[in-house]
Design a protein. Structure first.
Length: 171
């Protein structure tokens, strides 16, 4: 279940904006009750992580796994030093754990496939360190093209690949 629309005005057909908390809770709980096993959120989805964390609190968190995405790191300069990059990644992970009300995160995806190698790979190295510490259970990446998919498939540390799919896209 994608939850971008639960934290921000999202979607071409969304004319009502962010749903009220009760509606968001109903959407998530009905989805879980009907077999949804994964909830997708991200740091970039406004208040989505906080909404999901509040709704899943009190027992529902054990019935579903959350997939979140690292901050997009748009404010990180191309020449940032490794300590700065690590600090930004750490802040993003800490914020996700706080908002989702979890001691460890089920899945953390890179918001951009390029972050596998940007900043001399420091983003990916940091996430792998956090996985070893138990702060993250599995790592993945969100890809936007077949070329990015092919690069991601070659990385054995990637457990999950998110592919935006449209039946009309024949690539």
């Amino acid at each position: 279940l994608g939850t971008a629309q639960l934290g921000m005005d999202y979607g071409i057909s969304n004319v009502t904006g962010i749903p009220e908390k009760q509606l968001a809770e109903n959407i998530i709980k009905v989805a879980i009750s009907n077999g949804i096993e994964y909830i997708d959120t991200a740091r970039a989805y406004g208040n989505s992580e906080a909404t999901v964390g509040q709704i899943l609190n009190n027992g529902w968190e054990k019935r579903v796994q959350c997939i979140t995405k690292l901050d997009s790191l748009d404010d990180c300069s191309d020449d940032a030093d490794p300590l700065t990059v690590r600090a930004l990644v750490t802040a993003s992970i800490d914020r996700s754990k706080l908002m989702l009300k979890r001691k460890s995160l089920d899945f953390v995806l890179l918001h951009r496939q390029s972050h596998l190698t940007s900043w001399d790979g420091e983003v990916w190295k940091t996430l792998k360190d956090f996985k070893e510490k138990g702060w993250i259970k599995q790592l993945g990446v969100s890809v936007e093209s077949p070329n990015e998919l092919m690069l991601a498939i070659k990385n054995q540390d990637i457990a999950l690949i998110q592919i935006p799919y449209n039946i009309l896209d024949w690539r």
